[in-house]
Write a protein that binds this ligand. Structure first.
Ligand code: G6P
Length: 362
């Protein structure tokens, strides 16, 4: 049928979409590059962002995880405070809003009911809204004041992959363009660094066989798995654990390395897989300290580090990229680990049980 043609030679949409990530990053650079070769965003959007005294990012699922990283990018580069909220909770736990908020909705599909409910509510309150979505003309795009597109191409697999990296790329561009418009000197050349990311993704793809081995070694029969990281690695761990639970049904949890001792360490048994991320120089030693703590209790550690920060015994090393952008590369082996784990456990990779691609009910 038609869907088989679209999948081409790929056994699953998810694998195809993982592989399309370098293409998506390059397309985003192209789409957001102006005539002068510089990154460019519709000036009315940049003005709306600059005009706000605080940004409120609203999202669900994987898009929420991208939002957590978007906050880091925007606060670091553009120096505007950002809050990130789970859409379904926002209604009950509405924070005390700043005087001039701008609401940013991150949604791959542009159709998530929980996010739309917040959009409708804050529009009634008269606040400006921006939707970052992969689908032009989607509900949240039509109903918000402004839209930024992801340009990732259609995402079919229920487990989101290329939309997540595209969301982070677009958020980094928004942060960069806003920063420059505020007169801040760029600390680095974002176009160049995103190009490095696209190439680095291709380097990781060459190691698929090894990543498949990691999946079978650590996750073939386990009931649970933990992802740990510190700083921005923590947020990538959240996404890695979501990917794994969504499609392999392994009970997976992501948490901050420092939180281990406050509870989760009680769950460590002989052989419990711990996937640890080490891409940040500032926390490299402390995350490795956390790994030692779990190994002493019998855990089976899988350290994924970045070139330049690697140490003996690390299980997978991603190429070096700019330290702010490491989530765009460190998530790739996690996506592939989830994919191969699900495959080897006989799960329906593209259509996991109980899940829908977009959830249009509250
Ligand atoms: C569903 C999907 C997730 C997705 C979430 C938010 O739960 O299964 O993969 O992250 O919705 O979707 P959105 O389209 O708003 O990004």
């Amino acid at each position: 049928d038609a869907s088989d043609i679209e999948k081409g030679t790929y056994p699953h949409y998810m694998l195809k979409e993982i592989d399309e990530q370098p293409l998506a990053i390059r397309k985003i650079i192209q789409e957001y590059q102006g005539q002068d070769g510089k990154l460019n965003i519709d000036p009315s959007i940049v003005e709306a962002v600059k005009d706000a005294d605080r940004l409120y990012i609203i999202a669900a699922g994987t898009s929420y995880h991208a939002g957590l990283l978007g906050k880091q990018f925007i606060e670091k580069l553009a120096k505007i405070p950002v809050e990130v909220h789970v859409a379904s909770e926002f209604g009950y736990n509405m924070p005390l809003l700043s005087e001039k908020p701008l609401f940013i909705f991150i949604t791959q599909s542009g159709e998530t009911a929980d996010s739309r409910a917040v959009l409708v509510h804050v529009k009634e309150l008269g606040y400006p809204t921006l939707t970052i979505t992969n689908v032009p003309g989607s509900t949240l795009s039509r109903e918000a004041d402004y839209t930024l597109l992801l340009h990732a191409g259609p995402e079919i697999a229920v487990a989101s992959t290329k939309a997540y990296t595209a969301q982070m790329a677009v958020l980094s561009i928004l942060a960069d363009v806003t920063a420059k418009s505020k007169g801040y000197e760029p600390e680095f050349d974002l176009i160049h660094e995103l190009g490095i990311i696209a190439n680095a993704m291709e380097v990781v793809f060459e190691e698929k066989e090894d990543i498949e081995k990691i999946a079978t070694e650590y996750l073939a029969t386990t009931r649970n798995a933990f992802f740990i990281g510190r700083g921005i690695d923590f947020y990538v761990g959240l996404e890695g654990s979501l990917k794994l639970k969504e499609i392999s049904y392994i009970q997976a949890e992501g948490f901050a390395g420092g939180e281990l001792k406050h509870g989760t360490i009680a769950l460590i048994e002989d052989g419990t897989p711990i996937i640890a991320l080490a891409t940040q120089e500032s926390v490299n030693l402390s995350i490795r300290g956390n790994v030692k703590e779990v190994v002493a209790r019998g855990a089976n550690p899988c350290i994924i580090s970045m070139k330049g920060l690697e140490m003996e015994g690390d299980r997978f090393i991603v190429p070096a990229v700019h330290e702010m952008l490491t989530p765009l590369i460190s998530v790739v082996p996690l996506q592939l680990i989830a994919y191969y784990a699900a495959l080897h456990r006989g799960c329906d990779v593209d259509k996991p049980r109980n899940l829908a691609k977009s959830v249009t009910v509250e």
